[in-house]
Design a binder for this molecule. Sequence first.
Ligand SMILES: Nc1ncnc2c1ncn2[C@@H]1O[C@H](COP(=O)(O)OP(=O)(O)OP(=O)(O)O)[C@@H](O)[C@H]1O
Length: 617
Amino acid sequence: RLYEVFTNRKTMPTSLKEALKAHFGFESFRTKLQEDIVRAVIRGDRDVFVCMPTGAGKSLCYQLPAVLAEGITLVISPLIALIQDQVDHLKELNIAACTINSKLAAGERRLILADLQSSNPKLKLLYVTPEMVASPSFQPCLTDLCSRGLLSYLAVDEAHCVSQWGHDFRPDYLKLGELRVRLPGVPCLALTATASKNVQEDIVNSLRLHLPLSFVTPVFRSNLHYDVIFSELLTQPYVHLHAFIKKALALSSGSNGQGCGIVYCRTREGCETVAFQLTKLGILAKPYHAGLKAQDRTEVQNEWMQGKVLVIVATISFGMGVDKASVRFVAHWNISKSLASYYQESGRAGRDGLPSCCRIYYSPKDKSQINFLICQEVRRKQEKRGCAKDTDKAAIKDFEAMVSFCEQERCRHAIISKFFGDKMPNCAGACDYCCNPRAVRAQLEKAALLNTKIQRTPVKEPKGPFGFQPDIYGGGKKGYGIERQDSSNGRTANPESSPPVKRSRPTESSRRVTFNPNVQERALHGVNEPPKPVTLNEAADIVVRYLDPFYTQGKFATKELFKSFARFLSHLLAEGKPCGKFQVQVEARALIKKFFSRVQRCESEADWKHLKKTSQL
Ligand SMILES: Nc1ncnc2c1ncn2[C@@H]1O[C@H](COP(=O)(O)OP(=O)(O)OP(=O)(O)O)[C@@H](O)[C@H]1O
């Protein structure tokens, strides 16, 4: 039963299964695939690329080879918290693992470095962030280990962070390509749970994987039931959520004890409100977000892990690396920023393979807010680097895929599979659409009707010049960037302080309800009916939409000038003789065109001093 690859210089003569049992306490490999990957890594003659769903047991694919190899395995992981969990877990198993990071006490760091410099280091796994790997102080240590033949493998966890097309791009991951050049002969293993085809290509190219052996499993997980609920149609949303949780928790959790769940909210206020409401309705739920003290967060997480609290209501800063098998549901109170993120977050349900539920409470208002934040973030990045890039569109496209997932009449699993480039899965009733397509259609129609009504009711006078806080619009207020995992604005926020509604481009040719207010309004107004006069808020929306491309092209010397000009135009268009939306659109376009026919680049407020409405209004 001795495994032939153990003649490899890096491994010890013992059976793979025995080693699995001895070091990790597992009787067998989780799947044939897991075993195949471990064997391929141990062989060490090729780089390896692994794309398996969350909870599939990817960590073991490098941890077992690392334990069996003679040297040290360097593991790159994006978050210190994630690293700490892994290191703690390995230490519990008596496996020599540690991390070097900026938070480490000087004494501990010295001890680790001394071990690394010794002729026979005890350490088996060294976890670091990509930033640490790139730091000049760490380079000599790595070069030294490599030259002494003591680096067994390079494992890059969450490898999708290397791709600018991915949902969690981290610039320092790009530097790992250079690292590989400095570590000749060290085989690399790249692992991710979410990678569309172009992200996969990026990983292979950026990490310079040489003819890698690829182990890619379909993203379809038949034990997860997906559905979407339009929250604006609900009279009692919290009661609805409560009923969903009750039902999901009633699902069996096998030998894993009582089931539990996660509700994701975009904002801290959202977490607090939802947790409070659920507790009031009889389910103990606790919030978890960056606004809490670290100690309180740890306490909440522990209570949830131990089953003392069944529901954790968290921002997305919770979950990465949380290894709990019996999560019976993941509910999203707000949509995610991309379909890839949603797949990863919802995938935390049912890691034990048992039936579990994934639900989104969707609202078009939420869509507008997140869309606004994403566009703002993209613009901020462009401003920082001074130019636009093709990849800037990726964030917007990925968000559109998220919206499309909610607004389409199609199998939810099929949408996810298509997004990741997989073939159509056999859903077999594991989503609302496949269970009852008529109900999905009815909901979409009701939502469209409701949205039309909302658009037709008079809008209250906006507070600020745009009907929302200018510093939110300008992106100056910390906490509104989509990059932050946890913002302080919420669905519960005053609608008047919401950013203007922006139109999102449709992505799919398949049926979906359009929420473009202009289309619906025009269809409903009689031909001779006078158009409803635009409010300042609506004028601002139109202006921003038309002016935005000029800002992106660098036609404004500063962002303040852009905002100021947008404010000026909005007032010009909304004040005076009342005009309908269509007229204002035409006029806005004409004014902007006229302005830029005279001004190459806007340098001061004096540039638009003489700009007046054209005769069209
Ligand atoms: N062979 C095995 N037998 C039993 N349990 C296993 C086996 N391999 C891994 N596991 C367990 O499966 C769970 C998930 O493993 P792991 O955290 O490595 O998944 P992952 O694919 O890395 O997930 P994520 O993408 O969320 O990081 C862990 O609790 C792990 O201990």
